[in-house]
Design a protein around this ligand. Structure first.
Ligand code: ADP
Length: 490
């Protein structure tokens, strides 16, 4: 397929409501910047409650039509959207790199990853089966059918500006829901580009609406959706405090919720592990997106007898990572998203050093590269009293904790309010079975650092949230079950 849009054609700065690009009612705008340089890329709509309400009004009008559109016709629209995304993979990848900072190869990889959810849910749209319930009484027939929940509000983070919103919008539309959405203030441009392609693919006016808002105005915009009884579901990926706030504030209208929140992923290396494989797995899962992912290992536990060897192998690989802007074809780690993010990393590393950690490599900002760069870092001698053991660092920092036995490792891994991803490396089959049962998490990587797939259920337990994205389970979050009982048949 030929590419229709160049990068500058894909950059939209207004809200998309009822099939039209419209400025915020207030006329206000805020700046989106390139994290590599701090330069302003665009001034986008700074929306408020009036814009949020207009989006809901449009979604409410479109709902009966989209709900009653045949599943195969909804699937066709999603398949066309998928083809358009793939047809613009390079351009979208560049746009992601521009506003989010990740290397181009990762930006393009994210496009393919996000697109895979669109294709997956296009197919799932035609497989929303119900049940005929075996007869319980003569003359009565009972069945269960699945229906779209209604208007869905999607609120997304900046770390995967395309994939996070694609994997919410695609199942919502597949289920027959209509959508109002707000991307993160750092990265609205990719989301708008994606919506432009969705509209071109045939998503009808009003079925998909997107507004942008600055950090200051986001809460008031979203609050309008939380209070509006027409919005039946919130799907959110972001931090745990904001997730809890959304759950509390939406309770007044009892909405269905999917919350994909923070993690504090442990990565355990047992003494029977293939150490080279473990180092490679850790490199892949830790340094993707500069460590700014919610499944990124945050605490690495290594058994005492292999600790020094593992630390040595790892530090060599980490020291060789190339830190550069996305425009450098060899870049492996880009800038962090913003100053707030770098300050948090810096705080965690200072605190760890103060409490006795040793820097094996990195441990400093790279101010000569630009405002938001931090060196990939390995810290030995990490202990549970350090901030980085309790909070997500969300950056390229690996703290190494030492443990003696399996029980101690599991206890430490589970000693967190979070439960999203966990990883462990071992070649002992009995241990694999035992440890994978005992880890408290939604995702377990066993001798594997890359878990995500559109075919697999993604989501957490404990304070990492609830709901699942992707897989055959992913549509359930957007559906409700209606029981139908027909009597007087005999
Ligand atoms: P991060 O700290 O990584 O930016 P957040 O959870 O703060 O993660 O942000 C994730 C998403 O939630 C973003 O789209 C952001 O604008 C939005 N958000 C942040 N605070 C609020 C709030 N109080 N109400 C509604 N949305 C919010």
């Amino acid at each position: 397929m030929t590419q229709r849009y160049e990068l500058h054609d894909l950059i939209r700065t207004d809200n998309f409501i009822d099939g039209k690009w419209v400025p915020a009612a207030s006329g206000k705008r805020f700046a989106v910047t390139d994290p590599a340089t701090g330069d302003v890329i665009a001034q986008v709509a700074d929306s408020g409650p009036t814009d949020a309400r207009a989006a809901t009004d449009a979604a409410a009008r479109a709902f009966p039509v989209w709900r009653d559109t045949l599943p195969k016709d909804r699937a066709d629209v999603l398949h066309r959207w998928h083809a358009l995304i793939l047809g613009h993979a390079d351009t979208l990848g560049r746009l992601i790199s521009l506003e989010q900072g990740k290397p181009f190869a990762e930006g393009r990889g994210e496009v393919m990853y996000g697109a895979s959810y669109v294709a997956w849910f296009a197919n799932e749209a035609t497989r929303i089966y119900g049940d005929i319930i075996p007869q319980q009484q003569r003359g009565k027939s009972m069945s269960a059918v699945k229906e779209p929940v209604g208007i869905v509000a999607a609120i997304t983070p900046w770390n995967f500006p395309l994939a996070m919103i694609a994997r919410k919008i695609a199942p919502a539309l597949a289920a027959g829901c209509t959508v109002v959405g707000k991307p993160a203030e750092d990265t609205p441009l990719t989301a708008f580009a994606l919506i432009l392609l969705a509209h071109e693919a045939g998503v009808p006016a009003g079925a998909l609406n997107l507004i942008s808002a600055s950090r200051d105005n986001a809460p008031a915009s979203v609050k309008d959706w939380l209070d509006d009884s027409r919005v039946r579901k919130i799907t959110f990926t972001g931090s745990t405090p904001v997730g809890k706030y959304l759950a509390r504030e939406s309770a007044g209208t009892l909405k269905k919720l999917s919350l994909e929140l923070g993690g504090n992923a442990p990565f355990i290396v047992f003494d029977d592990a293939d150490l080279d494989a473990a180092v490679s797995g850790l490199m892949a899962s830790k340094f993707r997106n500069g460590g700014q992912t919610c499944v990124s290992p945050n605490r690495v536990y290594v058994q005492a007898s292999v600790y020094d060897q593992f630390a040595d192998l790892l530090a060599k690989r980490v020291a060789a990572l190339k830190v550069a802007p996305a425009t450098d074809p060899d870049a492996q780690i880009g800038p962090m998203i913003n100053a707030r993010a770098v300050e948090k990393i810096e705080r965690h590393v200072f605190d760890a050093i103060e409490r006795g950690a040793q820097v094996l490599t990195g441990g400093n900002r790279l101010t000569e590269r630009g405002p938001n760069y931090y060196a990939p870092t390995v810290l030995a001698g990490a202990t549970p009293d350090m901030h980085l053991s309790c909070e997500e660092t969300f950056g390229p920092v690996v703290p190494l904790f030492r443990f003696d036995d399996e029980e101690q490792a599991i206890r430490a891994a589970n000693d967190t309010p979070f439960g999203l991803a966990t990883y462990f490396y071992s070649q002992d089959l009995r241990r694999i079975d035992r440890v994978s049962r005992l880890l408290e998490a939604g995702l377990v990587g066993i001798n594997e650092g890359a878990l995500s797939s559109e075919a697999a259920p993604f989501g957490g337990v404990k304070e990492s949230g609830y709901g699942r994205e992707g897989s055959k389970y992913g549509l359930d979050d957007y559906l409700s079950i209606k029981y139908r009982c027909q009597g007087n048949l005999a």
